[in-house]
Design a protein around this ligand. Structure first.
Ligand code: GLN
Length: 194
């Protein structure tokens, strides 16, 4: 059975767990959703969701526990939101541990501090979606020569959602909405490659 892990190290983990379960139910598919904390749990997953939170903290734990190695060795699809987007990048404006699965560079805190958090409608997959931005990053650049990269959403000239192969990085918080659209897209991708 296809398994989606929710990386449970720090941040908005339970919200992702709940919305992923809801997405699976809506889709009517046979997918297991499990909260995972260690490399040996991650190893058994086909897809992994990395939540928002503090990317420096999550990144340090990922390295310490060898989770990045297991993701790469097992070719696990990763969906990263906010801090998760930062961790999927190869480069940020800070010196911090990264997984570096996507050929993207990210600017952390593009929209300012916690008090500058905001919500606004965005366009993604041809639909309107509520973007919840909390100390959100945005894309600094991506490698245009990579044919498997697809920009999914742009807000005021900033790229806020991007996909490379099975991996998806978005700068906002879908787990804080009721809308399973993006989770369903990720799950669908994981099912179709396994
Ligand atoms: N700015 C945070 C970071 O770079 C991310 C914030 C969030 O995930 N809400 O770690």
């Amino acid at each position: 059975m296809v398994k989606i892990g929710i990386l449970n190290l720090q941040g908005a983990v339970s919200e992702h767990y709940n919305i992923t379960r809801k997405a699976v139910k809506n889709m009517g598919v046979d997918v297991e959703v499990e909260s995972v904390r260690y490399a040996e749990d991650v190893e058994t997953c086909d897809g992994l969701i990395i939540s928002g939170g503090e990317s420096t903290v999550i990144g340090k734990l990922i390295k310490q526990r060898g989770i990045d190695k297991v993701i790469k060795e097992n070719n696990i699809a990763v969906f990263g939101t906010c801090a998760g987007m930062v961790l999927l990048s190869k480069k940020t404006d800070f010196n911090q541990p990264l997984i570096g699965l996507m050929d993207i560079a990210v600017k952390r805190n593009t929209y300012g501090r916690q008090k500058d958090s905001f919500e606004c409608p965005i366009d993604i997959f041809g639909k309107k979606y509520l973007g919840v931005f909390i100390r959100a990053p945005a894309l600094d650049s991506y490698n245009h020569s990579k044919e498997d990269i697809k920009v999914l959403s742009v807000l005021d000239d900033e790229i806020i959602a991007i996909q490379q192969g099975p991996h998806i990085a978005i700068s906002f918080h879908p787990e804080l909405t009721e809308d399973t659209l993006i989770h369903e897209h990720f799950i669908d991708g994981v099912i179709n490659r396994s």
